[in-house]
Design a protein around this ligand. Structure first.
Ligand SMILES: Cc1cc2nc3c(=O)[nH]c(=O)nc-3n(C[C@H](O)[C@H](O)[C@H](O)COP(=O)(O)OP(=O)(O)OC[C@H]3O[C@@H](n4cnc5c(N)ncnc54)[C@H](O)[C@@H]3O)c2cc1C
Length: 459
């Protein structure tokens, strides 16, 4: 067992990293600039906690693996269990999806509620020590700068600085992570890929005054780029509360007061969110979060990297939140960390940094690819379109449209969206066949429709 590991940031990614490290290090020290999550309110340094957060199926499975019994515990505590196909009313690519009982169960809750319950699982682990309100300012390195040997942290209240030495340092300080800058000062260069999306999220919490509940548990209206950059969602959360979120890409103006919020929902392609708000009662302010770009820090592409330093969660890659992937990718990265540390324990002969980043890259690639396939439909989203983009866009559009009425294709799409399978499984001959059949049938329907109109006009 190695002696000491340090985690910078104790949010979801930091807690999951700490959970894994606690099996391999005598002591795991977590430094967070904010207070610990002791209740289910959003924390100051995690402002995205006010907004709708979906936990994908792959993330749920990873959490259950890291904390056995976690999902049952969440449901008992108040998470909403839903059948992703039957209980989600989803407008996507120009139509509503047909709903049916699928047995594809997931849990739904607010992000702070999820984080609080992860914290509850961390608290009893005797070798994890959380240092609240300690801002990490610097990495400490060996004299030749080839190895990270600790951190310099400063207490928020006393401003007293503390040097902490460690055998491994993991950056989990979220999207605002200063690690790339720290590394640059040490002459390490981290390549960065950034895709400007100019997205806003505006969210408000509601409750229903009547006993009558909607016939769905989640209502989704996805943006459709480039024609329709606006989207919205209503998520039923713990305590019979509802998080209503609207979003807009590429410079859409965020609604800043209740009147604008209502008017924004009225302009969505379907009236359902607007109608829901009409019969519900707001129980919070409107919170706005802007996401100028999705960014991946490509540690795996560094020419050389210092030893004993890793990154996880948003500090490594921040995704477009519309796809709901961030927390799930963090959980999958925590599993990779465990796998790498277990291999080191057995053979002591693997390059931890190289192995960790290259295995995580595969997870990030899958999620990233899915987002850019859609984002690059918008001409104002600048960036080099990767090879095969047109085929992927044709394929995803075909899958989205076909899935509305084809249960088999819908199931496949849900698996891919939930990161249970890679997107290229959608290119299986059986799916392509269904897409072509669907396209052919809708073209004929369109033709029939045109003929009908022409006949009417002739009459
Ligand atoms: C509007 C919005 C909606 C989203 N929706 C979804 C969704 O539906 N599904 C999903 O999976 N993901 C979603 N995400 C992404 C998700 O929020 C993140 O992927 C997830 O929270 C990542 O957690 P993290 O631990 O990496 O970082 P964060 O949760 O951002 O936490 C960073 C932590 O580091 C601490 N910290 C920062 N700097 C320092 C420092 N110098 N020293 C010490 N501590 C420090 C902070 O106090 C904080 O606790 C959304 C994001 C946004 C913005």
């Amino acid at each position: 067992m190695k002696k000491q590991a340090v985690v910078i940031g104790g949010s979801i990614a930091g807690k999951l990293a700490a959970r894994v490290l606690s099996d391999f290090f005598e002591e795991v020290l977590v430094f967070d600039a904010d207070k610990k999550q002791t209740d289910t309110n959003p924390r100051k340094r995690v402002p995205q906690g006010y907004h709708s957060h979906a936990l994908l199926k792959a993330g749920e499975i990873a959490l259950q693996d890291l904390f056995p019994g976690f999902i049952e515990e969440m449901v008992a505590a108040g998470s909403v269990k839903l059948d992703f196909i039957k209980d989600v009313k989803w407008a996507h690519y120009g139509g509503w999806k047909n709903r049916f009982t699928s047995g594809y169960h997931i849990i739904q809750q607010s992000r702070p509620f999820l984080e609080r319950h992860i914290q509850k699982r961390i608290d009893p682990i005797s070798n994890i020590y959380i240092h609240e309100e300690m801002n990490v300012k610097e990495l400490l390195v060996t004299e030749d700068k080839t190895c990270v040997k600790g951190i310099l942290a400063v207490n928020k209240h006393t401003q007293v600085e503390q040097e902490v030495y460690a055998d491994l340092v993991i950056d989990a300080s979220g999207f605002g992570s200063p690690a790339v800058k720290w590394l640059e000062q040490l002459s390490y260069y981290v390549p960065i890929e950034s895709v400007p999306i100019n997205l806003f999220y505006a969210s408000q919490m509601y409750q229903l005054s009547s006993a009558e509940k909607p016939e769905w548990k989640t209502l989704l209206m996805n943006p459709m780029l480039p024609e329709s950059p606006r989207g919205g969602a209503v998520l039923t959360l713990e305590g019979q509360t509802y998080c209503v979120t609207v979003s807009g890409y590429m410079g859409e103006k965020a609604p800043e007061n209740e009147e604008e919020f209502l008017s924004y929902t009225k302009q969505l392609p379907y009236p359902d969110i607007y109608e829901f708000i009409q019969q519900a009662e707001p129980i919070s302010d409107i919170k706005i979060h802007r996401i100028p770009s999705q960014v991946r820090r490509q540690y795996e592409k560094m020419d050389r990297m210092p030893q004993a330093f890793l990154a996880i969660g948003d500090a490594y890659c921040r995704f477009d939140p519309v796809f709901g992937q961030g927390m799930t990718v963090a959980a999958l990265e925590a599993q990779v960390l465990r796998q790498c540390l277990a291999e080191i324990q057995q053979t002591a002969n693997i390059d931890l940094e190289k192995q960790y980043f290259s295995r995580c890259k595969r997870i990030i690639d899958t999620a990233w690819d899915m987002t850019i396939t859609e984002l690059y439909r918008h001409p104002q989203v600048v960036g080099r379109r990767p090879l095969g983009s047109s085929f992927k866009q044709w394929l995803s559009k075909g899958v989205f449209e076909t899935s509305a009425s084809n249960p088999k294709v819908y199931r496949k799409l849900v698996d891919v969206m939930h990161l249970m399978q890679g997107a290229m499984t959608l290119a299986a001959p059986s799916v392509l066949y269904e897409i072509i059949k669907h396209n052919f049938a809708s073209r004929n329907n369109k033709k029939d429709h045109t003929r009908y109109i022409e006949t009417n006009i002739e009459k």
